[in-house]
Ligand binder design. Sequence first.
Ligand code: UDP
Ligand code: MG
Length: 339
Amino acid sequence: MHAPDISQMHAGAHPVEPAHKRVTLLVPVYNEQQSIKPFLDEIQTLTSGTVKNIDWEILFVNDGSKDGTEFAIRSFMRNNRAIHLINLSRNFGKEAALCAGMEHATGDAIIPIDVDLQDEPDVIVQMIQKWRDGAEIVNARRGDRSQDTWLKRSTARAFYKVFNALADHPMPSDVGDFRLLDRQVVDVLRSMGERARLNKALFSWVGFKTDEVVYTRQERNTGRTTMSYWKLWNMALDGIFSSTTKPLRIWTYVGTGLAMAAFMYGLYYLISVLIYGTDVPGYASTLLLILAFGGVQLIAIGIVGEYVGRILTEVRDRPLYIVRSRYGLEAHAEIGAAE
Ligand code: UDP
Ligand code: MG
């Protein structure tokens, strides 16, 4: 609000006050009734004035929870006006929940954060400092992932390797959704209406001045993860297929290579028939070729299918999520996507 007063800086009378800003903590929740209270307790110190001149919005996106999550959140809303709630009409997945939150958030910056306290709220103070110093995106990099299982760590590492080898624009490994996004970045992300999306990939695709803080990923405090390996696998496919068309092009080369090999083999066979006459046995080699070519063709069709399916999803133009109800956002009711 106030421009820094240089005369005061010289006089040393008052330190320069940082400008007044609003920050949204964007919290997607799915069947997390036990996690709401510990989460609010943990961020209590942060939101009650640790960081100077920051107004907080705690925006829960209830992603179709079937337990008492909505009730738990609404019971805390009575005493805490910073809490806002959007209920989605069913479970749409974390990516869609994040999009719903970005559409409704009112902050000058948005920080997506998991409710299970795996994303350490303490580093938010450093994120805001870097934002005030001019960064438009502040990534929170997981310096220590020893809390994750070996399988999770190694599959994650493999995913980032494959993604960065194929994608048109790389994304940093070990940075999840937990990061600070300036309003300017959020508005760009809101204008990108893709359905098949991995937000992490888009966060780094948009560019902007980026800084990072390092933190240690904690263990989930209550409940259990709902991100099965099957869900993660599908997210990984969405991320890769929506960031690159290289897997389609690979088949041009594979096809060319195989056609050339087939031609050479045909030539060799023709010559050997001309010299030695016909040789009837050949069942094994015929079968082998049929199986190999059949397999390669099915893989190629499968990959094309992945893209065609995603084209259909985009063309159908269904909303990414559906909002059932909103609480605490009445003043901003005109904002919002499909309802
Ligand atoms: N989540 C969600 N919708 C889903 C699955 C998860 O909004 O369909 C939320 C969940 O409540 C949590 C965050 O996304 O706040 C991360 O989920 P989880 O801890 O299960 O994932 P992990 O940390 O194991 O990746
Ligand atoms: Mg978690």
